[in-house]
Write a protein that binds this ligand. Structure first.
Ligand SMILES: Nc1ncnc2c1ncn2[C@@H]1O[C@H](COP(=O)(O)OP(=O)(O)OP(=O)(O)O)[C@@H](O)[C@H]1O
Ligand SMILES: [Mg+2]
Length: 445
């Protein structure tokens, strides 16, 4: 399932905008990134998509389900009504729906039209009725407030986790380590207690019925004994966090979740903020995909739409740089709509559709691939790459050198040398340039 485009009318600061999302004819990846200043409207765009998609999700869960309405505060100030239109593609069919909201006491200008959302949801419900192993599309929104990372020591109830539970809190809360932990423990218990997960038993049985002589090889049987869903989550975490492996629930001396980091076994609670938040994000996506695609050989190849606000949150630059590549290779069939403040996230990804939001206007940013972070800061994020004062003094210094005012240049250089470290690259360059100019002047005399 893929969002083709969406249109906002009088939502937040936007009067009327229409955004196609990747993949498009020009940008083949499934990733759209929104950048822009604080208050530019990035979160509003994601929130609007989540609001719109929530109606489809609610109606997959139950026939007459209701998604979230547009909040009255989110109608553009001074306007009577707001609307979000979305068009999506699923199996080559086009679906469009509108969710609208009019201020109380005002005349209704536009009403919601949700027929297509209902029909699309009905399609999945009837598939699910025919075959309980049917895959469902993942739809999830990770807002900035997603960093709820406490891992509970006790688990309250036993849950049963089915495909539909993959939509639990998917559009209103985001990462929930508690659920992750509960789910993980539940699957592990099943894996440990019965030895063989139920799907594996079924597969074994079927192969035996088809051909009684051809019992599965020992190795294949062993692979089947490992829970495919847990393996998928572990694989996703290792793909994002090299050096981390063997995520598991420990039961002694008390219940906790542990992971090996470069061979050392750690309580997940002991990890750094960045490590925890990446693990929670990736683990949550993988867990949901695993739940929603019970019959896929590799559940990480499940279909879905994933919205992440400030995807660089807490991440080290090294991880920021490779984030999009890892997302797209680990979850190849998911469409991503991301926001970021980090030049590193967008400078290292080919074929990503990047929108710059500025004062309610939106433009496409072209060809970021291969640009260094400074150029992205300068060209896209409209930010000085260094402190403004230092920048002015450096420029003045270079100008005086070029103009041959060497005594003045020496003074400026001496002043700057007091404030900047000895190995500052710009100072070193300026010194070399000054030296060259001095030599040239000496020859000319
Ligand atoms: N009802 C409204 N009418 C007009 N403008 C609004 C309304 N509600 C919010 N805004 C504007 O939208 C902005 C908030 O947008 P949003 O939260 O999407 O920004 P953002 O790009 O995510 O910023 P940040 O990078 O700080 O998270 C506010 O600064 C305000 O100017
Ligand atoms: Mg925001």
């Amino acid at each position: 399932m893929e969002i083709l485009q969406f249109k906002l009318t009088n939502v937040g600061r936007f009067s009327n905008i229409e955004l196609p999302l990747a993949p498009t004819d020009e940008k083949k990846s499934k990733v759209t990134v929104l950048v822009g200043n604080n208050g530019a409207g990035k979160t509003f765009l994601l929130k609007s998509l989540a609001t719109s998609l929530s109606w489809f999700v609610a109606r997959v869960r139950s026939e007459k389900g209701n998604g979230s309405p547009i909040q009255e505060d989110d109608i553009k100030n001074g306007q009577n009504a707001a609307a979000i239109k979305i068009s999506l593609k699923h199996n080559a069919y086009l679906h469009r729906w509108i969710i609208a909201k009019t201020r109380t006491g005002r005349k209704n200008e536009q009403s919601s039209q949700l027929n297509d959302a209902t029909k699309l949801a009905e399609h999945f419900r009837s598939e699910l009725s025919k075959d309980e192993q049917t895959s469902l599309p993942l739809i999830v929104f990770y807002p900035v407030e997603r960093v709820v990372l406490d891992i509970p020591l006790k688990i309250r109830d036993k849950h049963s986790f089915q495909q539909l539970d993959g939509y639990d809190n998917a559009l209103n809360q985001g990462v929930d380590f508690r659920r992750f932990f509960e789910w993980f423990r539940e699957r592990e218990d099943a894996e440990n207690e019965t030895g063989i997960p139920i799907e594996a038993v079924e597969k074994l049985y079927k192969s035996f019925i088809n051909d009684p002589k051809a019992l599965l090889g020992l190795q294949e049987m062993h692979a089947l004994m490992r829970d495919r869903q847990l393996s998928a989550v572990r694989a996703a975490i290792s793909a994002f966090m090299p050096g981390f492996s063997n995520l598991r629930v420990r039961r002694k001396p008390r219940l906790y979740m542990s992971v090996d980091k470069h061979g050392e076994s750690l309580n997940v609670g002991q990890l750094s903020q960045g490590e925890k938040s990446l693990m929670a994000l990736v683990g949550d996506i993988a867990r949901r995909l695993a739940m929603m695609n019970p019959s896929l050989e590799n559940p990480l190849h499940g279909d879905g739409i994933i919205l992440i606000d400030e995807v660089d949150l807490h991440l080290h630059p090294k991880w920021q740089r490779t984030l999009i590549a890892r997302l797209t290779s680990t979850f190849p069939n998911c469409q991503f709509i991301l926001t970021t403040h980090s030049p590193l996230v967008i400078s290292d990804s080919k074929d990503v559709l990047c929108y710059l939001l500025d004062d309610g206007e939106i433009s496409v940013v072209d060809d970021l691939y291969g640009l260094d972070a400074n150029s992205v800061l300068l060209q896209v994020m409209d930010t000085d790459i260094r402190n403004v004062d230092v920048d002015m003094r450096l420029r003045a210094l270079l100008n005086t050198i070029q103009d041959g005012e060497l005594d003045k240049a020496k003074d400026l250089l001496a002043e700057l040398s007091k404030d900047l470290p000895e190995n500052n690259i710009e100072l070193i360059k300026a010194r070399l340039l000054l030296r060259k100019q001095e030599l040239r002047h000496a020859q000319d005399r």
